[in-house]
Design a protein around this ligand. Structure first.
Ligand code: PNS
Length: 163
């Protein structure tokens, strides 16, 4: 049996923290589907779903068992449809836990056959988030320590244009 995991997120934009979680998940599962998803609780994304998908494709090109898809619906339905056994999420700090725990329980209720697996972020990525990256880039700061180099210019050009 191929053990498939889904790694969902907004990825607006993808960061080194996301890439670390995806890379580690790719070592634990036979196939990882990175799922660009909509978070109904967040503002309109800065990047389109296709742009986010292409950026993740660019930074995971060397990971043979990673594929990217776009979700426009419920995560639990997608997980069931592809026969995934796990939903992988990164956990940065205690502040993430309550929200992630709530989503894990809701997804378990919607589809009981998949487990949510939390990977703790590395210490250097603990403070990192897409919002932090956007804030810094928007005001012209250096985000080279926060995003993969292959997508650095795409991200800065877009966010500077938003000013
Ligand atoms: O990176 P994020 O914004 O923390 O990711 C949250 C995301 C996109 C994974 C979550 O909002 C999600 O699963 N959205 C898809 C719609 C859905 O199934 N929502 C109910 C989750 S309990």
């Amino acid at each position: 049996m191929r053990r498939i995991a889904v790694c969902p997120g907004s990825f607006d934009p993808p960061t080194l923290g996301h890439l670390d979680i995806i890379t580690r998940a790719s070592k634990l599962f036979d196939k990882v589907i990175v799922l660009v998803s909509r978070n109904a609780g967040k503002a309109t994304p800065s990047f389109t779903a296709t742009e986010r998908m292409l950026m993740i494709q660019a930074v995971t090109a060397d990971l043979d068992n990673v594929v990217i898809d776009i979700l426009d619906g419920l995560l639990a339905d997608y997980v069931r449809t592809v026969g995934a056994i796990a939903i992988v999420k990164g956990l940065r700090a205690v502040s993430d836990f309550e929200y992630e725990f709530q989503m894990a329980l809701a997804n378990k209720k919607l589809y009981a056959d998949a487990e949510t697996v939390f990977l703790t972020t590395t210490a250097e990525n603990m403070y990192l988030s897409s919002s932090v990256v956007k804030q810094i880039a928007y005001f012209g700061g250096d985000i080279s320590h926060f995003v993969p180099s292959a997508i650095h210019d795409d991200i800065t050009q877009r966010l500077i244009k938003e000013r």
